[in-house]
Design a protein around this ligand. Structure first.
Ligand code: AHR
Length: 497
């Protein structure tokens, strides 16, 4: 092995826990995410339980889904929750103005979403409407969900068939209120957010974890204003960050599958900007909240490509390749490494939209390369982060370069150590030394790898999977050192004791 690629895992320096909520998801009323993706209705020929497709639920449970954010997105700030309760055939319709101008029949509402969460065994994350709703409407939604007292909203919930409160904890106080959620200034939103938050109450033992709308990308002014004027810790317990990886421009983002090495390099270097964003936003948060009480919630992230040719441009349906898997692993490593502050993240958007875990076509489903990354990274759930020092070669392209290696490591409660490592370089395998500093000996228990023939390999309907996970054992152990051969464009997980 060359000395150039070395990861030192500091096994004795772990103190922060990696919240499992970093591995969260986001599903909006957008395109075929909710309708067709999860919800087919009770009368559908597609096997379902209470209207929700079984194949999607089974696949997501197998992958691991610690939380699910809903109903948007931009949709959240035009959603009126009372339209989505009561007998389905009596629910009013609305126009989904953001996403294709389609008619929303409101058949999937509060009860259906919480039934989905129940089937997925996942924690709901609900985003309220601050942009076009009222304080009363948001306040009553929380009461409807969480109150066990005798109250008008409790009675309404019971009359709709749900006796016990659900106890929803994670609550978004608006979405992208600097844009689709009302085009507000940071100063104006800070005041509105405090007003809305005041009337989202705690019921019983449930303590709401309110997520304020945070910045888009590098809008440091927004973060500064919210942390200074927004009453952090009282009005909100978490603040969001949205950053999408767009290879080219918003007007022409580039194809999801038909891309060359230049596009691949651009995608990877743009996704690595997340590192700088996290560092800078966390610095601001540290100044106003030195006790680290407020979480950074990256509740929208992932690759945003052009839609698949021939599909509705408002539906954001894109294929998913090994490049997407690489974007997932690199970002998840970053969230792990910043877990002192990053308490939740939600990749956009689970099924049939943007960087999805699952694609559906009628009664068929496809598990995407990103799906396999989330499944592999489960090993980090609630484990203690082990800080790593990395010396890495560069992946160079056309005179530009980025580090070839991304990694994070953790130790579970039973002492098992997991290291996830990506070799971003699409052309060169890397010899890597991994030192488990603080231990005398390690034993290699098992390994897994995700790779494919090309960076644009993907899984398609009716075809054998081109990208999935396989076992990996190209590891030699010598005391507390491992010599690992990392194939080009691969994502590897090592389990050690
Ligand atoms: O995920 C798609 C959209 O991206 C969301 O609705 C919005 O919040 C963001 O701009």
């Amino acid at each position: 092995a060359t000395a150039q690629n070395k990861i030192v895992v500091n096994t004795d320096l772990g103190k922060e826990k990696i919240s499992r909520h970093i591995y969260g998801h986001f599903s909006e009323h957008l395109g075929r995410c909710i309708y067709g993706g999860y919800w087919v209705g009770e009368d559908s020929d597609i096997p379902n339980t209470n209207g929700i497709r079984n194949d999607v639920v089974d696949a997501l449970r197998e992958m691991g889904i610690p939380n699910l954010r809903w109903p948007g997105g931009c949709f959240a700030d035009e959603y009126h929750w009372m339209d989505g309760i009561g007998p389905r055939d009596e629910r009013p319709t609305m126009i989904n103005t953001h996403w294709g101008g389609v008619t929303e029949n409101n058949h999937f509402g509060t009860h259906e979403f919480l039934e989905l969460c129940n089937q997925l065994d996942t924690e709901p994350v609900i985003c309220g409407n601050l942009g076009s709703g009222t304080v009363q409407e948001m306040s009553q939604w929380v009461e409807y969900l969480n109150s066990g007292n005798i109250s008008p909203m409790t009675d309404l919930r019971k009359s709709n068939g749900r006796e016990e409160p659900w106890g929803v904890k994670y609550w978004g106080v608006g979405n992208e209120n600097w844009g689709c959620g009302g085009n507000m200034t940071a100063e104006y939103y800070a005041n509105e957010m405090k007003r809305y938050s005041t009337y989202t109450k705690n019921y019983g033992d449930n303590r709401l974890y309110r997520v304020a709308c945070g910045p888009s990308g590098a809008d440091y002014h927004w973060m500064e204003t919210l942390m200074r004027d927004g009453a952090p810790g009282r009005s909100f317990q978490g603040i969001s960050l949205h950053y999408y990886t767009v290879a080219h421009s918003w007007g022409d983002k580039g194809s999801a599958t038909d891309f060359d090495e230049n596009d691949y390099f651009l995608t990877m270097s743009k996704t690595l900007f997340m590192d700088e964003l996290l560092r800078n936003h966390i610095n601001i948060m540290d100044r106003y909240d030195p006790r680290n009480r407020v979480g950074l919630i990256v509740d929208e992230w992932g690759n945003w490509h052009n839609v698949e040719p021939g599909t509705n441009p408002g539906f954001l349906y894109q294929q998913n390749t090994l490049r997407d898997a690489m974007v997932a692993s690199v970002n998840l490593d970053l969230f792990n490494n910043y877990c002192r502050r990053v308490k939740m993240a939600n990749i956009a958007q689970t099924v049939n939209v943007l960087q999805a875990m699952i694609l559906t076509k009628d009664d068929e489903i496809v598990k995407t390369p990103s799906y396999y990354v989330f499944k592999m990274y489960k090993v980090h759930y609630d484990a203690t982060l082990l800080p790593t020092d990395v010396e890495s070669e560069f992946y160079s392209h056309d005179g530009e370069r980025i580090p070839a290696i991304s990694t994070s490591a953790s130790k579970s409660e039973d002492g098992t150590i997991h290291i996830t490592i990506s070799n971003i370089d699409p052309n060169e395998a890397l010899d890597l030394t991994c030192e488990l500093r603080g231990l005398e000996n390690v034993s290699f228990e098992r390994g897994e790898i995700i790779t494919g023939e090309k960076v644009n390999s993907y899984n398609d309907f009716g075809e054998a999977e081109e990208v999935s996970s396989a076992s990996f054992s190209d590891v030699k152990v010598n005391g507390n050192q491992l010599e690992v051969n990392l194939p080009a464009k691969s994502i590897v997980m090592l389990e050690l004791r």
